[in-house]
Design a binder for this molecule. Structure first.
Ligand code: GAL
Length: 416
């Protein structure tokens, strides 16, 4: 017995994988109904491919990842990384994870799996590459600037929404609903990012895609009259928001829309994942239009996965990433998540009307990177924006809002 045990120890493999600990730990904040269903869609494909590997689904609840990212940072700083984690491209990926050395490049997969032809080249080159090495694979691409509505509620109130909407049309609709005692705009900003997103969408609606790139390159200032105009519109919107917004999460706000308690919600198309999960019918039950003023632009909120440097289960992690980048996974995941496949060579016939609309928009519209979702600016600025929005929804002081962002932009410029 003792000899056998010793012998076993002598033969003991060094890696945890070979020790019978075939695991894969994937970290994300996908816990809402639609998010979890889509993530499971990926896990199911992985399980089919590698049935012997146990998946550890490490999630930290909280839309937009506001609660998850600090937990992840602590793990990374403590040398305890998950094998792979959800990330937005741009500043979040490159600034928070690649720069401090937490990620292993996966450039090879782009060659071996033909990804260099299948994924949008500019996105990969501009937002996911450092020193010619690529650090993530995209699972899907969300459109941030979508205004969702409850079709039946609008019909009941004699409101018709066309193919695009101006701010004037939007506010006229809000007044009509207000007169009928209905909060027009559903917001769930217990995670303040949801209000920041409403502002981001409104900002784009005023300054347009050219203004957007000027703002984030520093050619336009955050106290520019146009930015202030957007702030005023955002302040005006507060008059039509559900009174319990700060106690609600983003998906609770979408649920309220489904139940006809509010009419609209300005939210990225992860909201579509909630509609799908609840079996709501496109057009008949819910509809969508670009957030006012943003027709012709597409706010990119892309989701990718990384490979951890020192991943505890590297082979399993590589198999996971290969799977995420496959056509099969992109189709299975995005039909449930509301995003469109990042690959441009998928079978479009597998997707519903909303996805078709978003795919068309992605192909022809101006693409801009989201600030609220960590792509367009460093994490410190993203945080400053959230803080400034928190203050603004209460005090509605445009000058304070603008000055806080001017200051934050200056600070983040100096740390670049
Ligand atoms: C975004 C993410 C989406 C969705 C959303 C709400 O940051 O890119 O996939 O999960 O948050 O949680």
């Amino acid at each position: 017995m003792a000899i056998a045990a010793l012998f076993a120890i002598g033969q003991a493999p060094v890696t945890s994988e070979a020790a019978g600990e075939d695991k894969l730990e994937v970290f994300s904040w996908w816990t809402s109904g639609g998010e979890a269903a889509a993530l499971n869609g990926l896990f199911n494909i992985y399980k089919k491919q590698d049935p012997g590997v146990e998946i550890v689904n490490a999630t930290v609840a909280g839309g937009g990842g506001s609660a998850a990212r600090p937990v992840l940072q602590t793990r990374l700083a403590g040398g305890n990384p998950p094998d792979s984690w959800q990330t937005h491209p741009g500043w979040e990926l490159l600034g928070q994870y690649v720069e401090p050395g937490y990620c292993e490049p996966i450039t090879e997969l782009y060659k071996s799996d033909g990804w260099d032809k299948a994924f949008p080249k500019e996105l990969v080159a501009n937002l996911m590459t450092k020193d010619r090495k690529i650090y993530a694979v995209l699972a899907g691409i969300h459109r941030g600037n979508v205004l969702w509505y409850n079709t039946k509620l609008l019909e009941k109130n004699g409101i018709k929404v066309g193919n695009r909407m101006t701010f004037d049309e939007f506010f006229a609709t809000c007044d009509k609903l207000k007169a009928a005692g209905i909060p027009a705009l559903g917001v769930g900003d217990s995670g303040i990012w949801a209000s920041a997103e409403l502002f981001e969408n409104t900002l784009l609606g005023v300054i347009g895609p050219k203004g957007w790139s000027d703002l984030f390159t520093g050619a336009m200032q955050w106290d520019d009259p146009k930015v202030k105009e957007a702030m005023k519109l955002f302040a005006k919107m507060q008059n039509y928001v559900n009174p319990d917004h700060s106690a609600q999460s983003w998906d609770q706000a979408i649920k309220a829309l489904m139940e006809g308690k509010v009419a609209f919600s300005s939210m990225g198309d992860w909201a579509d994942g909630e509609f799908l999960k609840a079996n709501m019918k496109e057009k008949a039950d819910f509809g969508w239009v670009s957030h006012p003023g943003t027709d012709g632009s597409f706010i990119v909120v892309a989701d990718g996965f990384t490979l951890a440097k020192g991943a505890p289960h590297k082979d399993a992690a590589l198999a996971w990433l290969k799977m995420v980048g496959s056509k099969e996974a992109q189709e299975a995941f995005n039909t449930l998540k509301g995003s469109i496949p990042a690959r441009t060579d998928v079978d479009r016939s597998k997707f519903d009307a909303y996805h078709q609309w978003s795919m068309d928009s992605f192909a022809k519209d101006k693409l801009v990177a989201s600030c609220v979702h960590g792509e367009a600016a460093p994490a410190a600025f993203q945080q400053a924006l959230n803080d400034a929005v928190t203050a603004f929804v209460t005090d509605k002081n445009v000058d304070n809002f603008a000055n806080a962002l001017v200051q934050a932009a200056k600070e983040s410029q100096s740390t670049k």
